[in-house]
Write a protein of this length. Structure first.
Length: 186
C-alpha cells in the first residue's frame, strides 16, 4: 500500500497471501486468481472512496469526477491495483458559464465569478472560458478548476483510503478463496 503522487497503489500483503495459499495449495493457479479478483474488487471500492472525497472537496457531481479517476487493474503478472486521478482540472465551460460585465459566472457548488474572463468559440467549435495572458489580445488561456490530483493531496485522505482498502483486501481474499473452494468460481 502506498500513495505515489496522486496515485493510490495497493498490493497484497505477503502475510495475507500465506494464509490463503494454505487453503488453495491443492488447486493449481487458484491463488493467483483469488488475489487478482480480490485486488480488482477492492480497487473499484477505492475508486468510489476517492470520488466521494473529491466530490466533497471540489463540490462537483460524482459523474463529472468519475471521468478523471480510473483504476489500473491487477492481472496475473502485475498483482497490484492503482487508482489514478487526472492532473488536469475540469474546464469551467462544463459548469454553465454565463458572460457578465465583470467576467464569467460559473456554477460549481455556488455561483462563482471569474473576473476578466470571457466565453469564446474556437475555429474547431470548442467552447471554453478563457483569460488573456497579458494586456494584448493574444495569447489567451483556457481556465480550469483545481485538478483531482491536487484536491486529493490537499484532502490528505490517501492514508485513510489505503488503510481501509488493506482491511477490505484481507476480507476479500478470504471470500474469494472460499468461493473457489466451494466450486462457485473457477
Amino acid at each position: 500500500m502506498s500513495a505515489e503522487g496522486s496515485d493510490l497503489v495497493l498490493e497484497a500483503d505477503p502475510a495475507q497471501l500465506a494464509e490463503v495459499e494454505k487453503l488453495l495449495a491443492e488447486i493449481p493457479g487458484a491463488m493467483t486468481r483469488a488475489t487478482v479478483r480480490a485486488l480488482n474488487r477492492v480497487g473499484r471500492t477505492m475508486r468510489t472512496r476517492v470520488v466521494r472525497v473529491l466530490r466533497k472537496k471540489l463540490r462537483m457531481k460524482s459523474k463529472t469526477i468519475r471521468k478523471r479517476v480510473w483504476v489500473d487493474r491487477a492481472n496475473r503478472k502485475k498483482q497490484r491495483v492503482r487508482v489514478t486521478s487526472g492532473y488536469r482540472g475540469f474546464p469551467y465551460a462544463d459548469f454553465s458559464p454565463v458572460q457578465t460585465k465583470k467576467g464569467v459566472k460559473v456554477k460549481l457548488s455556488r455561483r462563482q465569478v471569474l473576473e476578466h474572463a470571457f466565453i469564446a468559440r474556437m475555429a474547431t467549435g470548442h467552447v471554453g472560458v478563457f483569460r488573456r495572458k497579458g494586456t494584448k489580445r493574444l495569447p489567451i488561456q483556457e481556465q480550469y478548476t483545481q485538478s483531482p490530483a491536487d484536491a486529493l493531496r490537499e484532502a490528505a485522505a490517501a492514508p485513510e483510503i489505503l488503510e481501509e482498502a488493506g482491511e477490505n483486501l484481507r476480507k476479500r481474499l478470504g471470500v474469494e478463496a472460499e468461493l473457489i473452494l466451494e466450486g462457485k468460481r473457477k
